[in-house]
Design a protein around this ligand. Sequence first.
Ligand code: ADP
Ligand code: MG
Length: 727
Amino acid sequence: MKNSRSNALIEAQNRKTPEITSGFDKISSFYGVNVFDKKKMKDYLSKEVYEKLINSINQGDLINQEDANQIATAMKLWAMSKGATHYTHWFQPLTGSTAEKHDSFFEPSGDGAIEKFAGSALVQQEPDASSFPNGGIRNTFEARGYTAWDPSSPAFIMENKSGKTLCIPTVFVSYTGEALDFKAPMLKAVAAIDKAATEVCQYFDKNITKVNASLGIEQEYFLVDLSLYNARPDLVMTGRTLFGHMSAKGQQLEDHYFGSIPERVQSFMVDFENESLKLGIPLKTRHNEVAPMQFECAPIYEEINLAIDHNQLLMDVMEKVARRHNFKVLLHEKPYAGINGSGKHNNWSLITDTGKNLLAPGKTPKNNLMFLAFFVNTIKAVSEHADLLRASIASVSNDHRLGANEAPPAIISIFLGQQLNEVLDEIESSKVSKKVKEEPTMWLGIPKIPNILLDNTDRNRTSPFAFTGNKFELRAVGSSANSSASMTVLNTIVADQLVKFKAEVDKLIKKGEKKDLALVNVIRKYIKESKSIRFEGNGYSSEWEKEAEKRGLSNIKTTPKSLDAYISAKTVELFANHNVFTERELHARHEIMLESFFKKLQIEARVMGEMVNSMIIPSAITYQNELIKNVKGLKEIGLGNEATEIPMRIINKLSEHLSALKNGIDNMLLERKKVNEMGDSREKAVAYDENIKSFFEDIRYHTDKLEQIVDDNSWPLPKFRELLFLK
Ligand code: ADP
Ligand code: MG
């Protein structure tokens, strides 16, 4: 056997685990060394400017030109002391990855050269916006875009063998002010929830002046040997295997989850963790996931903007470090049909500047009124805007999880666990009059919530949105996604709900209702109104689909239609009310998401065609020719039908699959030509989904059949057993 697969197999089998040379010290001794954090700011800045910068970080105060100059100089000095030669604004365009454009500090001057970094260069850069997805925003206005410094996320140094670069986290907006990235709307949503939540907090505690949304992102991923990866054009081009028969052993023995980590993998983990820790990413957890060669890492939660920057950076670091270990990281939601896909669990809570987690139940019913207010408002917000939340996690790759029979389903529901369900049921049915006396276990109709909740919450892995003790966990986010999309939605809808809640409570108070009673009454009303979104059972059973339909919950399985929720009148109003998106920005984003959807399917279809025509069909024909030779030979030596029957049968089987395959590819091409003519993006995306993607399954079926028949020695593509079990 001599083909790309055979070479790859030889390389993969002879891998040596690279030596890790650094990072054996205490983590605290190198954590954050590559970050211009508060301590370094203090060292490098005047006291006055340091304080202004801190206020800007905490309250969003503007920084003037003069102070920006001092900060830029300080950053430059620090970065140069670490060996950096270049700087870049680091931003998150709507491609899903991060973008950078490096400039050197170096500048020629009259008498030689100096290293310079002005405040203006810190605060703003002007990359050409036309080469990034902009959803038509550039056509009507100027192509220019600019990146603007986000002081709430600290600058950091990216290092690799070829040098060190100072990276400055920024937002990316068009010349006319429309957001062209993920961060800008996220920051606005964060501001909206801060404002709305702080106001509601005033009912309970006047000392609270700020509420931070917090996020801990668990990141799932697959690893595959680099040579095997390179021998699979589908993995290289689309991030997933478009073909491949599932190996005899998959995840059925459940022997991978939390199993001992293979040495080569652990070496990679330690390496990327160290790089991440140096960048201030507080990674804490590593373990095997359910599928073979699937793993997970998780940091300690942080303020949401930072958590998302860190997750974006983490994905980048993982990919870079993987090269050193001859691994490829697969962040795709479904690299392999037949085993689990990958997600990104978003653990979300609201934490006050007094250090209180608003989603943590307290010890007494009275204390719990505050918890219940935020808890129930979140449930209500999700029930009001379930379609929008669904849209925010939609992508061509996540459709393989949400639309298929896999956790989590496309139906948005909330899992609370038995105890909290009972609490809500009790509140709902309790009739509170002003005369109700205080009892130790019940106050204003609020029962005591057991404080062992945190350790006791059930783990329902099938729920897209689960309460886990002191936080909600949005599990439906795709492993490759930028969490900003769903977190912008979640924070805005909860902010909106809290504003409405406050208005209703205030109205009752104005009418003469006691404050606590007014709060309980509105909470009770919301519990009733949002009941249909609560579900405790198996989220991917067919019974739930039926039940959900009865309840009127939507179940939009694929991306193009689910994205409609982004431009509904309800959504436009929601985002406008909180200054998060203008209608124009929403339409632009909608367009970008649709385009990305059909372009990615178009690429998959093309790769399928190429692979079938130039790899799979030829290898099947080569094998068929061998068999034909065999039949001829058998006949030559005088053997009859009895002897030739078996090779003849295989020859016929091969022909059957070959012709089905060729027809499938050719018909798909004809259909693509038709669909590509369509001008409207939504129509085109739906057509790609319904008319093109529908060919994939059949083409794959026949290919995978051939894989099982054709001589293993001449099959050109690394097989699942090799991709998944060669460690
Ligand atoms: P698992 O869900 O796998 O059992 P944990 O619940 O311990 O793991 O934590 C998962 C993630 O949730 C971690 O990133 C953790 O820091 C984060 N997390 C824990 N508490 C909170 C919180 N109050 N708010 C936001 N994230 C949190
Ligand atoms: Mg979790």
